[in-house]
Design a protein around this ligand. Structure first.
Ligand SMILES: [Zn+2]
Length: 364
């Protein structure tokens, strides 16, 4: 997406991308902030009232800071005036600049769901742990160790920009399902919607049918689901003695199905314009994954018909093109493992552990 920010003669960013997306809620302002990577921009929301609140902050880069500062300035505020930030989830483009606001003088309350709070507070420590947790997951699912190592090195390299664009910061309020974000005459309720991250939240204005969706539902983009081993010993209740794990796709499917039952009419996403056909956007996101799940399910069925048990990696080599770039291969492996999690959740999968520790699967 091309940059939409221009420079005024004074040398400051000119806030062309400040909008009031909902006429019945004129105190909500959508602000588009630049990113150096795809999709090129992210959307945050300033909500006027007491306390003056931002939903997400963009990254901690000079360009994003200048754009946010100019946008606030056009509305009569400065960075130091922000009194509260509600973070939809612990990705750099959503919480990266909270600490920057504090350094600019804002005495603000930072609100994050309890399952993402630790990552916001200790991002530089947690992110490498999550990457290592993905590597052990790949090896357990049959990815050759040398390839898993290549994928880890590539991800670690890429994570340098994650770490450069987000500054860890203190969380003042750990949110849980059902909490309310309140102003004098208005409030939003917190719905826990895990999947994209463990602590992703969406914020609902039930009366208006408004949903601040973060990255859970976006305009013309599909969120990925995280999947990684958590710290801790194997789960006692699991006969395969697998380590505890965040199964993002199972969670995301559940979160999206739940959102379909909510009276949502307008989605205010973390990327792209407001979505007036909210239920269709939610359904399309769900459908995107259902189609891929069915494809993987069919692949497993045909292998089962030949009496074969397969690893996730073997299934991947049968379904996806060979010689993919590392980033694409990693995304496909995560999708596959997530799909296997969903099939297991649906009672359609038998998983066993081979003598070498690798998990194999067959269709029930
Ligand atoms: Zn995200």
């Amino acid at each position: 997406m091309p940059q939409v920010w221009t420079r005024s003669r004074a040398g400051t960013a000119s806030p062309r991308q400040v909008r009031q997306p909902v006429s019945a809620r004129p105190y909500i302002h959508a602000i588009e902030l630049p990113l150096d990577w795809a999709p090129g921009s992210t959307q945050v929301y300033l909500i006027e009232g007491q306390p003056l609140t931002l939903i997400d902050t963009g990254v901690s880069t000079p360009a994003s800071r200048a754009a946010l500062s100019a946008a606030l300035d056009s509305l009569g505020y400065g960075l130091a005036d922000v009194e509260r930030v509600v973070v939809t989830h612990a990705h750099r483009d959503h919480f990266g600049f909270v600490e920057g606001l504090r350094e600019a003088g804002a005495d603000l309350e930072c609100c994050v769901h309890e399952a993402d709070a630790e990552r916001v507070e200790r991002y530089d420590e947690i992110l490498p742990r999550r990457i290592a947790g993905m590597t052990s997951l790949f090896v357990e699912h049959g990815v050759p160790e040398d390839l898993a190592h290549v994928l880890e090195v590539e991800r670690r390299e890429a994570s340098r920009s994650d770490l450069a664009e987000a500054v860890p910061t203190r969380v003042d309020r750990r949110l849980v399902e059902g909490d309310r974000i309140a102003w004098k005459d208005w409030s939003l309720s917190v719905l826990h919607a895990p999947g994209h991250t463990p602590g992703h939240i969406v914020l609902e204005d039930e009366e208006m049918g408004l949903l601040f969706s973060g990255d859970q539902v976006m305009a013309q983009a599909i969120p990925y689901a995280e999947n990684f081993h958590l710290d801790g010993p194997p789960e006692v209740a699991d006969p395969l003695r697998r380590r505890p794990r965040f199964r993002g796709l199972v969670e995301m499917r559940r979160s999206l199905r739940r959102l379909r039952r909510r009276p949502v009419r307008i989605v205010l996403p973390g990327f792209g314009m407001a979505l007036g056909r909210a239920q269709r956007s939610i359904r399309d996101t769900l459908l995107h994954y259902e189609v891929r799940l069915q494809r993987i399910d069919r692949g497993l069925r045909s292998l089962a018909a030949m009496g074969q048990e397969v690893t996730a990696y073997e299934l991947g080599t049968a379904l996806f093109p060979a010689d993919e770039p590392a980033g694409m291969l990693r995304a496909h492996l995560l999708l596959l493992i997530g799909a296997l999690d969903c099939l297991e959740e649906d009672g359609l999968l038998v998983t066993e552990r081979r003598a070498d520790g690798v998990l194999t699967h067959r269709h029930r």
